[in-house]
Design a protein around this ligand. Sequence first.
Ligand SMILES: [Zn+2]
Length: 259
Amino acid sequence: MKPISRRGMLGRAGVIATTVAGGFPLTANAAEPSFEATGPGSRRKVKVVVTGGHPGDPEYGCGGTIVRYTDLGHEVVLLYLNRGDWSDRPGYDPSPARVAEAANACEILKARPVFAGQHDGKAVVDQAHYHEFQSLLETEQPQVVFTHWPIDNHADHRAISMLVYEAWLRMGRKFALYFYEVSNGEDTVQFTPTHYVDISTCVSRKRSACYAHASQSPDKYYALQELVTRMRGAESGHKQAEAYVRHVQSPDFSLPLAT
Ligand SMILES: [Zn+2]
């Protein structure tokens, strides 16, 4: 267990207070690598990696937060576990279309797509894949990583959550680790947020990024996700918000702030 400095303790108290009062944290934990607040005026640019089981998951779960980061000039990578190559039509490979959709979504969000090279519906979590995935994150050198909440009804979502978690441990817990929710009830279950990001000003770009995945029934999935962001907004005092669980042993990290 690491000692926590007084300044660090004050930082943690500040996070709790601002999260309750304003819906998003403001402070960094001085006991850990110190990341400046990511609000306007901050000169430090950070690398953010948002991971997802499939093309579309980061956009649906974190699209508004991604816009908030990229609008502030931070670099965001969307790291997809696979290229969406699953299909119930024999002989049909949908991955070229799914990759093109992901490229369009990333362009809307001003993010960069990366693919981890696994196969849709056949996620593998073993020593070789832990090592491979860790190498990907080591290449990107992020200060903060978002991934699926691990209690999820889709095996690919659980898989990338575990791959991220293991990489986080093996890399010395040096980046901030947040879990997100997607398709609640169908996929994510038992999710109780610790942090919120106000996305009220950027819902149209989030929606466009989600609808860039035109092959994936966006009317159905976006409607569900918007219900969730409206609920999270009501909880946190905003019109719409995205919600996260920060790992309790994660470095504190400022989520993007309101302008
Ligand atoms: Zn998915």
